[in-house]
Ligand binder design. Structure first.
Ligand SMILES: Nc1ncnc2c1ncn2[C@@H]1O[C@H](COP(=O)(O)OP(=O)(O)OP(=O)(O)O)[C@@H](O)[C@H]1O
Length: 258
């Protein structure tokens, strides 16, 4: 579904992504792991149109998407989640969801003036959709809470919810588990699996929590020094000597020796 061919992204003389080639197959929950500074976030940013590549190609279903802007990729159903923008913190959770879909009639003053009825109908439909999303994510009780009051994990669920307001096909999640408590991480994991199984979402997620990766992801791609070092099931990559050396280091070795 997504194919990355010999991608490079340099910052001055520093090669953050240095010849990365990989595929994210349709219908998978693909994990992307690697030591700090391996180039994972930079790779995500290039795929998602946030950063232009220095060279190389990104294809989506065979079509070149290299260098497209985030909104152009959004229209194709490729989304990279970001933390909720600061200005949305004072809005409620439901309002945050209702903000997402593009092309609402109410966006222009002209339309606001002439088609109040249509706007009311669109708003009602959006509200229903937002409530359905909240129900799916089991956070209906937070609908009227200000987004700024949510815990880190609840905000991650809201980010996932925002992808459900549009026709997302492939979603890139960066460190969804960072600073999230175990219970909520379980809820987030369940939502990802259900979106994958029930709604056909393809996911690619960067994550440092190996339990989370092991539970959700197949395959797992390991990056080191800007390129792909290994790929396989979570068990396979965790048993791979090169991976152990490059990334997991003594932690995993100790685990094996214990
Ligand atoms: N805008 C930038 N300017 C200069 N160097 C950058 C920039 N963005 C990233 N880098 C460097 O590129 C390297 C790769 O960073 P990146 O964030 O992609 O790694 P990562 O694998 O996501 O790491 P982590 O797991 O710590 O988030 C790092 O050494 C980082 O300092």
């Amino acid at each position: 579904m997504i194919e990355v061919r010999d991608l490079h992204r340099h910052f001055g003389g520093f090669h953050a992504v240095d010849g990365a080639s990989l595929s994210i197959d349709k219908g998978t929950i693909t994990g992307l792991i690697g030591p700090n500074g391996a180039g994972k976030s930079t790779l995500f940013n290039v795929i998602a149109g946030v950063l232009p590549p220095t060279s190389g190609q990104v294809l989506m279903e065979g079509e070149e998407i290299t260098g497209l802007k985030p909104h152009e990729l959004f229209d194709r159903g490729l989304l990279r989640t970001f933390q909720i923008a600061h200005e949305f913190h004072s809005m409620t959770v439901r309002e945050n969801l209702m903000m997402v879909p593009p092309g609402q009639t109410g966006e222009t003053l002209w339309n606001t003036w002439f088609s109040r009825k249509q706007i009311a109908a669109e708003e009602a439909a959006l509200r229903d959709k937002a409530d359905e999303v909240l129900d799916f994510l089991t956070i209906s009780h937070l609908a009227d809470e200000r987004a700024g009051n949510l815990s880190g994990g609840q905000k991650k669920l809201l980010e996932l919810g925002r992808t459900m307001m549009v026709d997302a096909r492939v979603v890139f999640l960066d460190e969804v588990g960072a600073g999230v408590n175990r219970t909520l991480l379980g809820t987030i994991g369940d939502a990802i699996v259900r979106l994958n199984k029930e709604r056909g979402y393809t996911f690619c997620l960067i994550e440092h929590d190996m339990d989370f990766i092991g539970r959700l992801c197949d395959p797992v791609i390991v990056m080191a020094e800007g390129h792909v070092l290994a790929e396989g099931s979570a068990e396979e990559v965790m048993a791979n000597e090169q991976v152990i050396e490059a990334y997991l280091g003594t932690g995993l070795k100790n685990k094996g020796a214990a």
